[in-house]
Design a protein around this ligand. Structure first.
Ligand SMILES: Nc1ncnc2c1ncn2[C@@H]1O[C@H](COP(=O)(O)OP(=O)(O)OP(=O)(O)O)[C@@H](O)[C@H]1O
Ligand SMILES: [Mg+2]
Length: 264
């Protein structure tokens, strides 16, 4: 196994990744795909539940969670929406519980020697305590942006292959990708589900036209929450994160501003 070879070579175990970015672009999906790809067990940490219950229990629960992950190692520990859990850690009025839990976690993250690969996801990067973003916590921070036209076509293809494996050829994938600027992967999936409703209600299979009709009813988040999306893009461009795909790197400079204006 690659991990073992790397250890023999003298490399430390990888710590993990932070995936930051726009809603619905596949961050959670990526966490699951990593575990699947590596054939490792996936543990999903619900940070909200660390804080539930009696005062004082949160810290012991955090330590138990760490012990459990280490006992199951090698494994992937998925911390979804880490920004929601640890936003504004210092300013919280909970007698320091959040900040102690956070401290325990962040210390473990930087000191751990066990093969627990942490995959954390976040939407609102600005609200994360700066310690999370410091070097040595995660191996890499990736910005997951909106898919460009080529990537949208690939996403349509993935979902239609799953939904209509026999009938894939009847869909105009390049037109679908062209007509859905600003759509995230989740919005593409939503358009497909709505197109299926249209087809189903008329007792026939759904068509490219149905998908386009359904898409025209969806206002992508990139437009409805333009300010939030632009702030994230600015953050990504400031060089604090690596871009998750080369394609988005190219489009980032030349097209994204345009895309956000609604034309591509
Ligand atoms: N790159 C992609 N390829 C294929 N499908 C995608 C992609 N991105 C998103 N999707 C579809 O959208 C769904 C939602 O994606 P996911 O939950 O991973 O997004 P997310 O980035 O975690 O969003 P959020 O920030 O709202 O948690 C996925 O289950 C998948 O069906
Ligand atoms: Mg998610």
């Amino acid at each position: 196994m690659l991990f073992r070879k790397a250890r023999q070579y003298g490399l430390p175990h990888p710590r993990g990744l932070l995936l930051a970015g726009i809603q619905g672009t596949g961050k959670s999906l990526t966490a699951k795909a990593i575990a699947h790809h590596w054939h490792l067990p996936l543990l999903r940490l619900d940070v909200g539940r660390l804080f539930a219950g009696l005062v004082g229990e949160s810290e012991s629960r955090t330590r138990q969670m760490i012990q459990l992950a280490e006992a199951l190692a090698p494994c992937v520990l998925w911390i979804d929406e880490i920004d929601k859990a640890f936003a504004g850690v210092d300013g919280r009025s909970d007698a320091g519980t959040t900040s102690r839990v956070f401290g325990t976690f962040i210390t473990w993250l930087s000191e751990k020697t066990s093969p627990v690969f942490v995959v954390a996801t976040a939407n609102n990067i600005q609200s994360l305590p700066p310690e999370v973003l410091r070097r040595g916590r995660f191996d890499e921070i990736f910005f997951v942006g909106l898919p460009n036209q080529t990537e949208r076509q690939a996403i349509f293809s993935v979902h239609l292959t799953r939904l209509r494996p026999q009938n894939l050829g009847s869909y105009d994938l390049s037109r679908l990708a062209y007509e859905t600027p600003d759509f995230s992967g989740a919005e593409i999936e939503q358009a497909l589900i709505e197109a299926m409703h249209i087809g189903f209600s008329q007792n026939r299979d759904f068509t490219t036209e149905d998908i386009l009709e359904a898409s025209s009813e969806i206002v992508p988040l990139a437009r409805s929450a333009q300010e939030q999306v632009e702030a994230l893009l600015d953050w990504a461009k400031s060089g604090k994160a690596r871009l998750a795909s080369r394609a988005s790197e190219v489009s980032m400079n030349s097209q994204l501003k345009q895309q956000l204006g609604g034309s591509e």
